[in-house]
Design a protein around this ligand. Sequence first.
Ligand SMILES: [Zn+2]
Length: 478
Amino acid sequence: MSSKVLKDGTVLAFDATSQSIQVLRKASILIENDRISAIEENFDALPTPDGVEVIDVSGKIVSPGFVNTHVHMWQSVYRTLGPNTTLSQYFDWVSQASEGARAAFTAEDIHISALEGYLEGLNSGVTSCVEHAHNNWSAPVMEAGYRAAVEGGARVWWCYDVAPRPAFSVDEQWAMYSDLKQDESRRVLPGLSLDGLGWTVLNKDGTGLDLIRQKKDELNLEALTVHHLGGPWPQGNSSPTCVCEENNIPAAGLPIIFSHAPFLTESDMKALRDHDMFVSITPESECHYGHSQTTGHLISDQASIGLDTTWTFSGDMINQTRLWLQLVRLRNYTKTLDAGLLPNANPMPVEQAFLLATRQGGRALHRDDIGVITVGAKADLVVFNGDSPNMLGWRDPIAAIVLHANAGDVEHVFVDGEWRKRDFKLVNLSQPWEGLRTQFVEASRRIQAELAVPPALPEKLWGIGEFGDVDHVSTVRK
Ligand SMILES: [Zn+2]
């Protein structure tokens, strides 16, 4: 692989000592193979190997790629199907638990849907994803989702959700997982979701840890993830407290990411910190579906940002990061205002939001070389053009990205030092965009027609959760 230099950009380097972003106003980065091998503020001091490709990024912002710590890419073809849905409606309608949804997808639909989802992410600078792969109802469907991750071009922790399915037993799923030919480049790394395994792994009898250890060795696992809600949502056994204190899963030595976790208890927060486990706050999902998010702002030190269902809203991290920043500000301002006092400071700096979307994702995966620009880190990089009407005049590059940028400002993207987007266009696709587009649109129209009408809500969610009325909002004058 040839080496590359990004020359004279504004570089958002990471300073490990202060755990903060160090803005280098005019710096150049040497990429060799998949790593950043040098960063110099004086271009002449940068080693330049023979045949190096020099890319002028002067006037532009060089950012680490965004790390999305929660997503289900197989659902991308649903895009705009559920603009006004709730979480309770989602399960029986379009999730892997819905018979109708399972029947609507061919394996090739899963492939094209997930593939397009990774491309949406790359287009806006999402270079890493933790895929919660619950495309788990047949061997071809499982294989198609994995193949999409390998072909997609992003870095993926592919956390497969082993769960009993009518036509695909747990034993068959384990066998199939062993048979999947693992990505040799190690850009797609195997992981597990504990959702479907919860009934066996998280049953407090100690056997769960043995199983995870065994599978870690067999499958080269690199991460675990699990959905967790809590609060008024029907309590499962997926809380950080349960995963740690009652089942000792962290002893397997794998990163563990809890998605959403909107109602953490004191004991949950202690478990997260004691065992270096992370939550994936998915701000827009938690607003859209009504999971809520009441404690994420209290656990920023063990939090990262994810997207969840990128068919219900855009799949870029810029919007999510901005939304989370402003939600936290609103929450903490309101606390002061509710006491009858005026806020005397801004509760959350923009840099903290940026770190949640980049460095914290790397930390969640126990990877110091992901989500940061430092010598030795993976060359997963995003170049923001900065010259659009919405970014022009920027001085603070972090504010420019978090508060002003959109996917259209992303000029170049690299994963493992390889071009993924160049001069505003996705490149090195596994198949030509035109064919991919046609196939995606066909699948999208067909599947959305089949699932157009959501089923009625059950009387209680999973037989337990009581529903209540919500206040509606309308522009219509009464
Ligand atoms: Zn999810």
